[in-house]
Design a protein around this ligand. Structure first.
Ligand code: SF4
Length: 190
């Protein structure tokens, strides 16, 4: 598999990336929208259920799902990535994966990506559906604001940051079904 030469990548930001190694700060920035999505999703549960014990249980369950979701990718996708156990992984998962699993065949990366990404997709859907239902039962301005912030972060900021900063610089992006889909959408528009 050919390795992308990042230095020649025509990406729309000036992310400093010497020798294809990401700094911990860059890894932090790459993870920030996902962490925000989990925190805001948990807040929607807390406020939606009026800070009750059920709200705390639902918020805790959502945070647990967010952590499990990240580890699901680390355990079932990253071992198939050519940047497993390297600092060339933009979000740091590749290094973490090496602590738990052995490297597997990189030829299966696309197959594993398509198979396992659906496991985390409900993280984008549950807080919005739940929030709208709770809002329709008992309107609450704070809950409405949280839902709007969740949508802006998860549906606009997260994919945008991935496209121009995180995934745009990922050495694996030529084999990533998500990036290939985004590129074909951009090509259709232009
Ligand atoms: S680039 Fe993506 S698939 Fe590869 S190790 Fe990092 S997070 Fe995992």
């Amino acid at each position: 598999m050919q390795i992308t030469d990042i230095s020649s990548n025509n990406v729309p930001c000036d992310k400093y990336r010497p020798d294809r190694v990401f700094s911990h700060f860059q890894e932090f920035i790459d993870n920030l929208p996902y962490v925000l999505m989990i925190v805001i999703g948990a807040a929607i549960n807390l406020i939606g259920f009026k800070m009750s014990i059920w709200g705390m249980i639902a918020a805790g369950a959502f945070i647990f799902y967010g952590i499990i979701g990240a580890f699901w990718i680390i355990l079932f996708v990253c071992p198939f990535c050519q940047y497993y156990n390297t600092r060339s992984c933009p979000c740091g998962y590749g290094k973490l994966a090496a602590r738990f699993r052995k490297k597997s065949s990189k030829e299966k990366f696309t197959e594993k990506f398509k198979k396992h990404i659906p496991v985390i997709i409900p993280l984008w859907i549950i807080p919005v559906l739940e929030g709208i239902i709770l809002l329709s039962i008992d309107f609450n301005h704070l809950l409405l604001i949280l839902i709007i912030v969740f949508i802006i972060n998860s549906y606009i900021f997260l994919p945008l940051l991935a496209r121009i900063y995180g995934c745009a610089h990922c050495p694996q992006n030529n084999d990533c079904p998500w990036m290939l889909k985004k590129r074909s959408q951009i090509n259709l528009v232009t």
